[in-house]
Design a protein around this ligand. Structure first.
Ligand SMILES: Cc1cc2nc3c(=O)[nH]c(=O)nc-3n(C[C@H](O)[C@H](O)[C@H](O)COP(=O)(O)O)c2cc1C
Length: 369
């Protein structure tokens, strides 16, 4: 029976345990310029463990691919130096770190992206809203991307992947979950196109697979992971046949040799627990196991006990924790030693300074206090 603290291999890396940091937008980049700084390096360094895996937050590949102002980017060369501080801090502790590359597509607003109208596969407005520097704004009605614009976006993914390489990351993750652009193309609730990027699943998956392909051209496919949220309803996402859609993608990514599949479980809606219940037949990590032979990371609402269970049942190989990692910088050690977990403060999740970010103590420090 596999255990949470058994070693596991991801691409070329031998990991010492299976507790992963889930990507979390915390909006604490240095401004102007969306540059990571010492504060972010401290945050990730605190959470690094010897041969443990961290996935750094959603990082836009383009200036017009931002949903929440104030986060770090990978769309300018001037952002590389700050990321180098982050990767150095993690490597100093023997850890591994992947960067999650994202494009918000339709999930944005002119006030966030310098007056531009956000663009997605089709004219279908995203539910919810994003953050400008001044505060919350509903997502705008998007325009549909012209097919001739797609090569430029793919080139942006490629350049961002190259910047991640220059910054010393160990790999990259394609953000194809939570209603970001590859997810918008993939699911039929948001893709009404009739060209080569719309219609049957093979065409709806094309943008996602091409994005993966350009990232893999920089990194090799075994250092590129993909995050999916097959039953996610965040931003109003929906698909009429999630198992066929996501099963197809998982199968194709397996053939291409992706580093891992990172699957958000159906009980989660973006950064929150889903209270209304799941409408469509739920597709979970266990479902996609049939389609993808490489390592699977499950995420969403796990506690130490449920994490041990899913790994021991073999439905997932690793478990990514988001919110529990916010207030427990030493989460793997706490889980391993059965130390109770601290609760996080919601008010300091998005934006601000070190408070609620790097000032949560380790268990040894809080017990000594
Ligand atoms: C503050 C916050 C920011 C998040 N930002 C991202 C993100 O940048 N990319 C992403 O894929 N998911 C993001 N998520 C979702 C988490 O990665 C994770 O899937 C979700 O929180 C459920 O896991 P948990 O129950 O362990 O928190 C975010 C969640 C939170 C709470």
């Amino acid at each position: 029976m596999t255990k949470l603290f058994d070693p596991v291999r991801v691409g070329p890396y031998a990991l010492s345990h299976r507790v992963v940091l889930a990507p979390m937008t915390r909006l604490r980049a240095e401004q102007p310029g969306d540059r990571p700084g010492e504060l972010m390096a401290e945050f990730y360094g605190q959470r690094a463990t010897q041969d443990g895996l961290l996935i750094a937050e959603s990082t836009p590949v383009a200036r017009n691919g931002i949903a929440y102002a104030g986060g770090p980017g990978a769309y300018l060369d001037s952002q590389i130096e700050g990321w180098r501080k982050v990767t150095d801090a993690v490597h100093a502790k023997g850890g591994r770190i992947f960067l999650q590359l994202s494009h918000s597509g339709r999930m944005s607003h002119p006030d966030i992206i310098e007056g531009e109208v956000p663009a997605g596969p089709s004219v279908v407005r995203a539910e919810g809203g994003g953050l400008t520097e001044q505060g919350y704004v509903d997502f705008a009605v998007p325009r549909a991307l012209d097919v001739a614009e797609i090569p430029r976006i793919l080139a942006q993914y490629r350049s961002a992947a190259d910047r991640a390489l220059q910054a010393g990351f160990d790999g990259v993750e394609l953000h194809a979950a939570n209603g970001y652009l590859p997810d918008q193309f993939l699911q039929d609730g948001t893709n009404l196109r009739t060209d080569e990027y719309g219609g049957p699943v093979e065409r709806r998956a094309r943008f996602l697979l091409e994005s993966f392909g350009v990232m893999a051209s920089v990194w090799g496919s075994n250092r590129v992971g993909v995050r999916l949220s097959p039953s996610g309803q965040f931003a109003g996402m929906s698909d009429s046949d999630p198992e066929s859609t996501f099963g197809y993608v998982a199968h194709r990514l397996g053939i291409l040799g992706a580093a891992y599949l990172h699957v958000i479980e159906p009980r989660i809606k973006g950064p929150d627990d889903l209270v209304e219940g799941v409408a469509a037949p739920a597709v979970a990590a266990a479902t996609l196991r049939k389609y993808f032979q490489g390592p699977i990371i499950a995420a969403g609402g796990f506690n130490p006990e449920s994490a041990r269970t899913i790994v021991s049942k073999g439905f997932a190989d690793m478990v990514a924790f988001g919110r529990p990692f916010v207030a427990n910088p030493d989460l793997p050690e706490r889980i391993r030693s059965d130390i109770p977990l601290a609760a996080h403060d919601r008010a300091t999740l998005y934006g601000g300074d070190h408070r609620g970010y790097t000032d949560y103590p380790k268990a040894s420090a809080s017990m000594a206090a």
